[in-house]
Ligand binder design. Structure first.
Ligand SMILES: N[C@@H](CCC(=O)N[C@@H](CS)C(=O)NCC(=O)O)C(=O)O
Length: 315
């Protein structure tokens, strides 16, 4: 069992991608610590650990740093297999569902939520997200698109309703694949959770024609889990500094770009926030790449990224 600081989640309460991880940790009843990072840059104690990756959440286990919820969930599942979320039928499919929930569905959530907030979106937040995406964060355009985006959002929610109605066998219909919650549920839950927090009257109106989804959502929110200890970003940085990364075989196999261990490479998300993180390649396989980096603040860390959705080039 994990002790309270063996898993450290760098996150902020309103972050929907962090909520995926919080839900997984609850379902698995794992103890963890959290650092509440600001919603906008700068994050001076986190950057020495991630090498510049600036999206949320980031998970830290000692001097191993995990960037992106996909690799975070993969690692939690690998290190703490009980209770398992990688149930039969969830393998592979979970990340396929994530690809859908995190892109098109997430974009319709963004338009509905920020369209509703309208002029109350703080200027500093707008500036930060413009810098992140390299595009205007146009609240007026979101406001104008919000009614159409509500249709889009509901259409996606109703796919969950279809899935839940389609279950066969005892207990199926409680969760998206069968009788127990797993990774597919975690990924599908994110946009529903965010809408329930941010525009609850719209989420509830959608639930009126989606009773199975409303009950599924409620079931997931009932997971209790453990209350995380909040630690400071400085404490987390100290933990990284005084830990060594977990030993990992320096291997690559059948790399399409023929990367080899020890090469200097750079990794960046392929959609937005394209900050290239440079380091020495330690290990790469089809789903994970690990870079070794050194900074005076964090000393030696291993930074882990997923492969799907992240570009890798020689540095
Ligand atoms: N693919 C990433 C997406 C993460 C993401 O876009 N998170 C949002 C917050 S929920 C973000 O990074 N916003 C900018 C920020 O926090 O700096 C993942 O799955 O973790």
């Amino acid at each position: 069992m994990a002790d309270a600081r063996s898993i450290i989640l760098h996150e902020y309460p309103s972050s929907p991608f962090s909520e995926k991880v919080r839900l997984a940790l609850k379902l698995k009843n794992l103890a963890y610590a959290r650092v509440e990072i600001p919603m906008i840059m700068p994050r001076p104690d986190l950057m020495p650990m991630t090498g510049g990756y600036r999206r949320t959440p980031v998970m830290q286990i000692g001097a191993d740093i995990f960037c992106d919820s996909a690799i975070i969930l993969r690692e939690i599942e690998a290190r703490y297999p009980l209770y398992t979320l990688k149930l039969p039928g969830h393998e592979g499919l979970a990340q396929i569902v994530a690809g859908w929930a995190d892109s098109r569905w997430f974009q319709s959530s963004v338009a509905v939520i920020f369209g509703k907030m309208g002029d109350s979106v703080p200027e500093a937040f707008i500036k930060d997200r413009e810098q992140l995406s390299g595009r205007p964060f146009n609240v007026e355009a979101m406001k104008a698109a919000a009614p159409m985006m509500r249709d889009q959002w509901r259409a996606r929610l109703m796919l969950l309703e279809e899935r839940l109605a389609g279950g066969k066998g005892a207990g199926s219909g409680n969760y998206l694949i069968g009788a127990k919650p797993g990774l597919v549920d975690v990924h599908a839950y994110m946009n529903v959770w965010w809408m329930k927090q941010a525009v609850p009257e719209f989420a509830d109106a959608c639930f009126e024609s989606a009773p199975l989804t409303a009950a599924w959502y409620r079931r997931l929110t009932e997971a209790e889990g453990q209350t995380p200890e909040t630690i400071t970003s400085k404490e987390a940085l100290e933990i990284a500094k005084h830990a060594a990364p977990r030993l990992v075989a320096a291997t690559t196999r059948n790399e399409p770009q023929e990367f080899a261990p020890g090469e200097k490479v750079a990794v960046a998300p392929d959609d937005y926030g394209m900050v290239w993180v440079e380091g020495e390649l330690v290990h790469a396989d089809s789903q994970r790449i690990i870079l070794q980096r050194f900074t005076p603040e964090a000393e030696t860390v291993h930074v882990h990224f997923p492969r799907a959705g992240f570009l890798v080039r020689r540095a």
